[in-house]
Design a protein around this ligand. Sequence first.
Ligand SMILES: NC(=O)c1ccc[n+]([C@@H]2O[C@H](COP(=O)([O-])OP(=O)(O)OC[C@H]3O[C@@H](n4cnc5c(N)ncnc54)[C@H](O)[C@@H]3O)[C@@H](O)[C@H]2O)c1
Length: 337
Amino acid sequence: MKKIRVGLIGCGSRQNVHIDALLQMEDVEIVAVAEPVEERRISAAEATGAKRLYKNHTELYEKENNETLDTLFIAVEPTAHENIETKAIELGIPFLVEKPMTLDLEQAETITSMIREKSLITAVGFQDRYLDLMEMMKEEIPKHKTGGIVNGSWVGGIPGVWWWQKKSTCGGQLLEQNIHLVDGLRWLFGEPLSVYAVNATGMVQPGVDASPEYDTDDYSICLFRFKNNITVSLASGCYCRGVQPKNGLVVILNDIILDYRLRNNLIITTKNKTLDIKRINNQTYDLDRDFINAVKSGDGTQIRSPYEDALQSLKVAFAANRSMETGEVVYFKEDEQ
Ligand SMILES: NC(=O)c1ccc[n+]([C@@H]2O[C@H](COP(=O)([O-])OP(=O)(O)OC[C@H]3O[C@@H](n4cnc5c(N)ncnc54)[C@H](O)[C@@H]3O)[C@@H](O)[C@H]2O)c1
């Protein structure tokens, strides 16, 4: 059996989750790793058996091409993408890249055009599109032809990694982490019509509670309007200490309530019954499997979050950030969707 040869760019915490998934696949071999931090590079090579080690993506691209690699998994911090994707496209190497794919929208647009031109297979790490609970919601919601209210939240503790403590390197909690729920909302309800957002800073003390450079939003709240009278309030926060609220999405339609507890369970309430459904699947495994299948078959049409679609989620999150800065509602134009 010919195995799919994978190269890894970045060997931090998220890539380790992909490594775990890929190691379970008999038709995959990880052959190359690129990572500046020596300890991470070596540990990834030991875990995967990769024999070709590089200090960064530039070194990797000096030696590798689409004859030596079938695909790349890219998981670097949001401001480190440089020419990682454009080079992969030039070389014709399909890639899976983590969200948020960059903090530079112009760069994301260029990458999208290049991908389209080459019809290259890509996927973005919006793992929740593969979550069984989200699939159930996606199936259920269109059966109820009513509008309603959605309350969403992803609020937690102060992020540990350096780049997540600065808005200029993470984009803020909404764009960095809660983009998963932004993407989930698009997946469930279609493209938003408008967003208004407010943020708060100054609660987490730089140099006391976090690094001296800490300047990201403590929290933000977005108000999204969607078609069919769906209005969503979405809270994002990273300021809690020692306490952890319940996160997820509560969808309140006139004859059903879907209470989705983030990546854990889904409580469905109707007039006559309440069902509590636990998550069963490993959504990152399913995302990676779907992508590998696409690379094997050359058909990327089943991938749930190709780069071009993920770009829309990035644009929506950027628009919310813009609203926080200006205090204005941002209306989405049809051609932005
Ligand atoms: N889909 C998800 O659920 C999910 C979960 C966690 C993180 N993420 C995303 O994954 C990305 C990485 O997050 P993380 O938590 O793994 O961060 P991390 O800081 O743990 O790892 C990033 C790694 O990339 C390496 N790197 C930077 N530039 C590089 C280059 N030019 N070549 C090779 N390696 C390079 C860094 O040295 C670091 O080890 C972020 O965009 C984050 O938002 C996604």
